[in-house]
Ligand binder design. Structure first.
Ligand SMILES: Nc1nc2c(ncn2[C@@H]2O[C@H](COP(=O)(O)OP(=O)(O)OP(=O)(O)O)[C@@H](O)[C@H]2O)c(=O)[nH]1
Length: 393
């Protein structure tokens, strides 16, 4: 009886163990994530990562790691040399050339330069944005010299006009950019101006000018007001191998500017170029913002150059805005942009005269190298449509 009982217990044990063996694997299989969910996840990854899913599967099967595709950066650009750019770009002043070259020279070529003719000459200069005071000076001197010299030939009158325009542009002013640092600290250039004047574009173009002249550049995207400005600057810098220091959108411009100079010092670059925001909401706000940028940057050392970017097409209005900047920061040079887009090239004379600050560079187009060092004689030759060598000879 006991034997039967033992055999029955043994059989029961075998049955229980066998049953468990069948159930456990099923439980394990159920623990796997549901199939539909897996499919959705995979597709989402495919969308993000694209075709390499197949490659990833083959990696697993072979155990061989496939190198990620090599993304080659576009080659760095070699900017045009700066020498002679104004001469090369003189055709961009075609619109202003109509006013000066054709208009003024046509008037001067009249048989009789009577009172009416002189008045017309005066009107032409004012229309070309030369400004009233400068126009009076230029016309008075022209009248005086034609009277004294008895000048009559068209060529002589053209030369006299050219001389007066160059004189009005104060050719003796120092137009060099201070871009050389000292004692291991890079030169710092601050770029200011109202929105849309062309600050960011000009920063990019200046970086190219400096690189063309063999300098290394760090860019500071302190225009944290317009989100795209930092991207725009980074793109300009990337094309010539200049690093851009940027902050989060809306970050404190002064801290970005400070970091940019810090980075320039650490990297040993020659020049740090800082692009700022130009909200002209009111003078106090501007003063606060730019004043802080200036103070903070100067913890590293003095600012070497503060360039005011002015849109030539805004004419005399732009001059009023410019004055506010000159009261807030110590502007050392003006960059007049978009001269290609105006017939009022005389604004260069008005800007210098009103602000008492030299125009150092002029923007003559949207192209990467459409920025030229300003030279009064070459500029006047371009305005009048005269050949530089012929006049200089
Ligand atoms: N035709 C012409 N266009 C220019 C010149 N300089 C700049 N621009 C254009 O002017 C526009 C405004 O330039 P930005 O550099 O974005 O102006 P910004 O002052 O930085 O503007 P914010 O970032 O809004 O303050 C762009 O379309 C430039 O291509 C120039 O010399 N000639």
């Amino acid at each position: 009886m006991t034997d039967y009982l033992l055999v029955a217990l043994a059989l029961l044990g075998v049955l229980i163990l066998g049953g468990l063996g069948l159930v456990v694997p099923r439980l394990r299989r159920r623990a796997a994530p549901p199939l539909p969910q897996t499919e959705v996840d995979t597709r989402a990854e495919e969308d993000l990562a694209g075709p390499p899913v197949e490659a990833a599967e083959s990696d697993l099967s072979t155990g061989v790691l496939v190198e990620p595709p090599v993304v080659t950066a576009p080659p760095l650009e070699v900017p045009e040399p700066t020498a002679g750019r104004l001469v090369r770009l003189r055709s961009r002043l075609a619109r202003s050339q109509n006013a000066f070259g054709k208009g003024l020279l046509g008037l001067l070529a009249r048989d009789h330069l009577d009172e009416d003719a002189w008045e017309e000459i005066e009107d032409s200069l004012i229309t070309a944005d030369v400004g009233i005071d400068a126009t009076r000076d230029i016309v008075d001197r022209l009248r005086e010299r034609t009277r004294v010299l008895g000048t009559r030939s068209a060529g002589e009158l053209r030369d006299l006009l050219a001389t007066e325009l160059v004189t009005a542009l104060d050719p003796g002013l120092d137009r060099s950019l201070r871009t050389t640092g000292r004692d291991g600290v890079p030169a710092v250039l601050l770029v200011v101006g109202v929105n849309g004047a062309g600050k960011t574009t000009t920063c990019g173009k200046i970086a190219r000018v400096l690189v063309a002249d063999g300098r290394s550049v760090t860019l500071g995207a302190a225009d944290t007001f317009r989100a795209a400005a930092a991207d725009q600057l980074e793109t300009w810098g990337g094309r010539v191998g200049a690093e851009t220091v940027r902050g989060a959108e809306g970050a404190d411009p002064a801290s970005v500017a400070f970091d940019a100079v810090r980075r320039g010092i650490d990297a040993g670059t020659d020049t740090v170029l800082i692009d700022t925001a130009g909200r002209l909401q009111n003078k106090i706000g501007l003063m606060d913002e730019l004043g802080k940028v200036k103070r903070v940057v100067e913890k590293h050392g003095p600012i070497d150059e503060t360039l005011l970017i002015l849109d030539a097409t805004t004419g005399q209005n732009g001059l009023e805005q410019a004055r506010v900047f000159t009261e807030v920061v110590n502007v050392t040079g003006v960059v007049l942009t978009k001269l290609d887009g105006t017939a009022k090239g005389g604004i260069v004379i008005a800007v210098q005269r009103k602000l008492g600050i030299p125009v150092k560079l002029v923007g003559l187009g949207e192209g990467a190298d459409d920025l030229a060092p300003f030279d009064p004689a070459q500029f006047v030759d371009a305005l009048l449509g005269t050949e530089p060598l012929a006049r200089d000879a």
